[in-house]
Structures are given as C-alpha cells and as structure tokens.
Design a binder for this molecule. Structure first.
Ligand SMILES: [Zn+2]
Length: 77
C-alpha cells in the first residue's frame, strides 16, 4: 500500500532553511545525482531522500513521483 505523503508545515520550514526533512542534513551538501533540465537538478541526501534544486528559484523541494521515476529509469541504462 502506498501512503500519500503529506507535506507538513514543519517540512516546509526545513526546506526553506535548505535542510533535509528526514535527517536535517544541509541540502547544499547533498549529492547532485542528475540534471533534470538546465535549471533543475536532482539531489540525493545521505538518507536517500531525493530533492530537486531549482536554480532559477534558488530553492529546494521534494522530488515528485515523476522525477523519481525518471531517475530510476536512467539509472538502469
Ligand atoms: Zn536526509
């Protein structure tokens, strides 16, 4: 069963402070794993949670299901 992930206000605060919502590790130090577009980069925290950094907005957010799927597809190649 897949539980729908709800973004809590606390998670939003952590993301605004550029910290991982799971382990509070600084996302600026997370591993860049893949470029999605010219302005968006997929990152992976040391706790394996994945995020997207938007260069134009200069912020972080959780990777969407679609972005996660893209990452897994490309990894297979
Ligand atoms: Zn983390």
């Amino acid at each position: 069963m897949i539980l729908k992930q709800l973004v809590s206000p606390f998670q939003k605060v952590l993301l605004a402070r550029r910290l991982c919502v799971g382990c509070t590790h600084p996302l600026d130090r997370a591993q860049r794993v893949m470029a999605l577009t010219d302005s968006r980069t997929l990152l992976q925290c040391k706790c394996k949670r994945r995020y997207v950094y938007d260069k134009e907005l200069g912020n972080y957010r959780r990777a969407t299901f679609e972005e996660e799927r893209l990452f897994i597809e490309r990894k297979k190649q």
